[in-house]
Design a protein around this ligand. Structure first.
Ligand SMILES: Nc1ncnc2c1ncn2[C@@H]1O[C@H](COP(=O)(O)OP(=O)(O)OP(=O)(O)O)[C@@H](O)[C@H]1O
Length: 763
């Protein structure tokens, strides 16, 4: 503690001076610079002195930031300097070294010895991977072996030692008991002190390009992912920064839920986004793109017997599949020779180059060239054509008319240009020159938009090309009907109609983007070096393939749980990722499975694992609580009363969530319940955070987050009776940490009946 305090004092002194220096430098920035723009030489000198001054300022700012980060870490160390210690004697050295592990490293006053090791340092892996006895750790190109003679864990809060245990196992149960027994928080906590061995393997994996993790609900996938981000930032410091890492998460609430973990560890947050955000950034200007949560609402709130429902469900499943990606790939091959559709090139309301001429140009180019290369050649050709047109427009009447509307500034600029050119002798008068220049300016301005349109390859009629996939008999034939779903005709009509109204449903967004990128060619994103995909079971096989196209050079950590696959496209996936999807690049894929569940009490896990396939493999952590309760009521009024009763019972014990099936049900229930539960808050797909207290929300929005108490709003067979509701129901129930209450209006769900009878209490 003394060393920490001393270091903080030293930094304060240094930083104080540095800060003043920076303020001073910013204030007097221009005093040190002589601005002279008389000739090229002087301009060069001025430029150099500005550059020097800027560099000096940024150097100081960098140093300031460095100290600031160090200071913040010391502050954290002061609260909790370390959480673990191992005594290790390295083979051949003999001496026992005491290794203290904390969230950051601390050196002694002389900066020679480590007093505390950062949890991510190679030596710290001893703490996570071994129990006392033979142990080893890897440093670059070497394995250090030796014996661990002691392993001790500490709980230190606000600089005071609260408790400590010597342990014989990897990470002692006592410590986990202590951590997991706490109340839920509205933001996720870091787990560095209690990372488990299998989680540690996920965190420190460096060899795989694709790391795929299947983990039971509450097994710490998200936690491991976030610690992994912190690990990568440490391991590749200087090479990877936080904005080279991106996390795709399921929704905004989840984004804010996990936002604290990295700052808590003294790191900056990675980029966080949802795939929907990416979709809208690409398609949102032209189309209204359906949110996946709206699709979710459609799926779970509509009547299965409705024939339109069946059409849409078939469409959703098929368009998400790898088979459909093959259809699109075949289509692209076909388009290489024929059928590409273009738009007319229109200038001032007139067609200046008809679509078929552009099409002819495209197909006159060497067919061996990839489509995007030919597309660029067409764009170049079009730009030359536009240039020729510009020349022809100069004398037209509209140009004269617009010239009269130009403002003074434009005249002045043209005048200056003419003056500047005066040395060049020619036969034109100044007036003629000015006229010509002004006309040119008018024409150029008018052509600007069109040129941009060409450069962005907007002459490619993507909407019609995508529609043609569903429309054109020739195209349809060449795709082979065998794999098409039986309602393909209806699906086609439905898709075409939506696109005519500029609506892109969620299931169409990925195929449309994929097709566009394959035709236009898209620079791969090389900035993102590592992509994390959480709740990966909710992405379709097609989407995962698309990610590979978008981020070909990124490593990916893909985490999910097939038992929580609540989208129809995930329902039929028997394993998280179809075998062949990532297997092609052999050697670069590693799959891991984690089965221990930490979130919920043993009683809750034993109940919930009863209604999913493979549930017997899920192991609860040994933390006890009450058995889940099921209350069956036959009348609506009694039902509300029971929900309220259960909430009030736990209201003062941390967070309580009333989980409904859909947003519609949540909104209706909220209207009734808010009178009786004045603190109740409704969460919708647009909510960005949640606070302590009682919330009501649809199950799909509760993805990835957790609550002390969960009340399942109407666990009846009417609500959860279709096979496809199974995973939604499981997801909802597994959000509970300590208490789970299910209330059913009449007959209880068939899934509950599948659970072992002694795992719940019927009230
Ligand atoms: N090693 C650990 N030490 C302490 N707590 C842990 C550990 N691993 C997981 N937890 C806790 O278990 C809970 C569930 O973790 P997390 O949300 O990361 O699981 P998940 O696998 O992503 O769950 P889900 O798939 O249900 O969203 C969290 O409260 C987390 O803090």
């Amino acid at each position: 503690m003394d060393v920490i305090s001393q270091k903080m004092e030293d930094i304060s002194e240094n930083v104080g001076g540095l800060k003043e220096g920076i303020i001073e430098l910013r204030k007097n920035f221009w005093d040190e610079i002589t601005v002279n723009l008389d000739d090229a030489h002087e301009v060069g000198e001025t430029f150099t002195s500005i550059k020097q001054q800027t560099e000096m300022l940024s150097e100081r700012e960098r140093t300031h930031k460095h100290y600031y980060t160090k200071y913040k870490n010391l502050l954290k160390l002061k609260e909790n300097p370390y959480f673990g210690r191992v005594d290790f004697s390295e083979e051949g050295v003999g001496e026992v070294e005491k290794i203290y592990v904390g969230i950051a490293s601390l050196m002694d006053e002389e900066e020679e010895e480590f007093l505390i090791y950062d949890w991510r340092a190679p030596i710290s892996s001893l703490y996570y991977n071994f129990s006392p006895g033979q142990a080893s750790y890897e440093v670059p190109e070497e394995t250090v072996r030796g014996e661990m003679t002691l392993k001790r864990q500490f709980i230190i809060r606000k600089g005071k030692l609260k408790s400590m245990f010597d342990t014989e196992v990897t990470i002692g149960d006592e410590m986990l008991q202590e951590v997991l027994g706490n109340n839920a928080n509205t933001s996720m906590k870091s787990i560095v002190a209690t990372i488990q061995k299998d989680q540690n393997q996920i965190i420190r994996n460096e060899t795989s390009k694709y790391l795929i993790v299947q983990g039971a609900a509450g097994s710490g996938k998200t936690s491991a992912a976030l610690q992994r981000v912190a690990y990568l930032l440490y391991r590749y410091r200087g090479k990877i920064k936080s904005d080279n890492i991106m996390l795709f998460s399921p929704n905004y609430i989840f984004n804010s839920y996990v936002a604290n973990v990295l700052p808590e560890l003294g790191e900056e947050n990675m980029k966080q986004s949802t795939f929907f955000e990416y979709m809208t950034s690409r398609l949102g200007k032209i189309y209204s793109v359906e949110d996946p949560l709206e699709q979710m609402e459609f799926i779970y709130s509509n009547d299965v017997r409705d024939s339109n429902y069946d059409i849409r469900m078939q469409a959703i499943k098929f368009k998400a599949s790898k088979e459909f990606k093959e259809v699109v790939d075949n289509y692209i091959t076909l388009l290489s020779d024929n059928y590409l559709l273009f738009k007319d090139c229109i200038f001032r309301g007139e067609i200046v180059l008809p679509a078929d001429e552009i099409q002819n140009k495209f197909y006159s180019l060497d067919k061996n060239l990839p489509i995007p290369n030919r597309m660029n050649l067409v764009a170049e050709w079009l730009l030359i054509k536009l240039k020729e047109m510009e020349g022809k427009e100069l004398k037209k009447e509209w140009v004269m008319e617009e010239m009269e509307l130009l403002d003074k500034e434009d005249y002045l600029n043209v005048y200056k240009e003419v003056q500047h050119d005066q040395e060049v002798e020619d036969s034109f008068t100044d007036y003629e020159k000015e006229e010509k220049l002004l006309a040119k300016k008018v024409v150029q301005t008018n052509f600007k938009g069109l040129k941009r349109w060409v450069k962005k390859l907007r002459f490619l009629n993507m909407k019609s090309i995508y529609q043609q996939l569903y429309e054109n008999v020739t195209v349809n034939k060449s795709l082979g009907n065998s794999i098409l779903p039986d309602k393909w005709k209806e699906i086609s009509q439905f898709t075409i109609g939506n696109l005519n109204d500029n609506i892109v449903l969620y299931e169409d967004a990925t195929p449309l983007l994929y097709l566009t990128d394959r035709l236009e060619g898209r620079k791969p994103n090389t900035f993102i070096r590592h992509l994390f995909i959480d709740e990966a079971q909710d992405y379709s096989p097609f989407q995962l393939e698309y990610f590979k196209l978008l981020f070909p050079n990124s490593k990916m950590t893909i985490l999910g749980d097939f038992n929580q696959g609540i989208y129809p496209h995930s329902i039929e996936v028997s394993s998280l990722i179809p075998q062949d999807s990532f297997e092609l690049e052999s050697g670069s894929v590693q799959r891991m499975t984690i089965t221990q569940s930490y979130r919920s009490t043993k009683e809750i896990v034993n109940f919930t694992k009863g209604f999913v396939r493979g549930g017997e493999l899920i192991e609860p952590f040994n933390r006890s609580g009450d058995k889940p309760t099921i209350t069956i009521v036959s009348e609506e009024e009694l039902f509300y009363r029971e929900v309220v009763r259960k909430v009030i019972l736990q209201k003062d014990n941390g967070t309580v969530a009333i989980i409904c099936k859909t947003a519609e049900q949540s909104a209706n229930a909220y209207t009734v319940l808010k009178e009786r539960l004045p603190d109740l808050r409704l969460l919708t797909k647009d909510s960005t955070t949640f606070h302590k207290g009682v919330v009501i929300l649809p199950a799909y929005l509760a993805k990835g987050i957790e609550f002390d108490t969960v009340v399942i709003y109407d666990a009846s067979d009417k609500q959860y009776g279709r096979e496809m509701d199974r995973k939604l129901f499981y997801t909802a129930c597994t959000r509970a940490m300590h208490h789970l209450h299910l209330i059913s209006l009449s007959e209880k769900s068939r899934f509950i009946k599948e659970a072992e009878r002694d795992t719940y209490v019927l009230q």
